[in-house]
Ligand binder design. Structure first.
Ligand code: ADP
Ligand code: ADP
Length: 221
């Protein structure tokens, strides 16, 4: 569970001050898929970075109640930040190299993830040999490698062409159902938010503020 209490973020000082996020209270249950939409600059990325502790809040707190306290969060960025000199398999296993799991376990995990994200046959490819969509698949697999219960995604498919994007959305939906992860996805697309999320959070800009949340009825196509 993710408990967000009076969480706010102000960048800069004095005249340069930017209120990125107004105090936010929100509870996200384990296994939920929350899509976050809103115009550019409304604090979506800031919210994700605060949840991931990549940034310190100005006020308030984020409490992650999860089993894996060592690494509760996996992060997927807009552009896959794969290591260019490493193969797909090496990139995916990278987070495991520091966790002390055996070589055998790591190999098994990589094989499982390659299968999950549909990259079978591309294990030995270098990132530059892959399409944008495939690189994002590899980035998702890497984010899942040390099994974080929470997956945070900041416009993961925005640099991918529309057709591939639809495939990736289906893929992500399948991954969610299969793994039961808690997923927070930032997107510009209302369709994507409603299609993927079990809940949609709508943010309004200047200053970043939660405007509304909607529960998506999964029984309705
Ligand atoms: P979004 O993801 O919705 O586009 P962001 O969270 O990136 O919004 O940004 C929210 C606001 O905070 C914007 O006005 C942005 O310019 C500002 N901002 C984001 N990061 C920084 C930063 N590191 N320093 C100063 N201002 C920032
Ligand atoms: P997004 O809309 O996807 O959040 P942005 O272009 O708003 O992308 O931000 C990209 C990066 O630039 C972020 O890491 C953010 O922290 C930083 N950034 C955004 N606005 C500012 C700003 N006014 N000053 C400094 N850094 C910023």
């Amino acid at each position: 569970m993710i408990k967000i209490e009076q969480l706010s973020k102000i960048y800069g000082q004095g005249d340069d001050q930017v209120v990125a996020l107004e105090p936010l209270d929100q509870q996200i249950n384990a296994g939920e898929f929350v899509s976050i939409i809103g115009p550019s600059g409304c604090g979506k990325s800031t919210l994700l970075r605060l949840i991931a502790s990549l940034e310190d809040p100005t006020s308030g707190s984020v409490t992650l109640e999860t089993a894996n306290l060592k690494r509760p969060v996996g992060f997927v960025f807009q552009d896959a930040v794969l290591l260019p000199w490493k193969t797909v398999a090496e990139n995916i296993r990278f987070p495991l190299d520091t966790t002390g799991v055996s070589r055998k376990q790591a190999n098994e995990k990589v094989a499982e993830l390659v299968e999950l994200v549909g990259l079978k046959g591309f294990e030995k490819s270098l990132p530059k040999q892959l399409s944008g969509g495939m690189r994002q698949r590899a980035a998702i697999a890497r984010a899942l490698a040390d099994d974080p219960p929470i997956l945070l995604m900041d416009e993961p498919f925005s640099a991918v062409d529309l057709l591939t994007r639809e495939t990736l959305n289906d893929e992500l939906s399948r991954i969610w159902q299969k793994t039961g992860k808690t997923i927070l996805l930032v997107t510009h697309s209302v369709e994507e938010a409603a299609y993927l999320g079990s809940r949609v959070m709508v943010m309004s800009p200047r200053p970043g503020r939660l405007k509304a949340t909607y529960d998506v009825d999964l029984a309705q196509p």
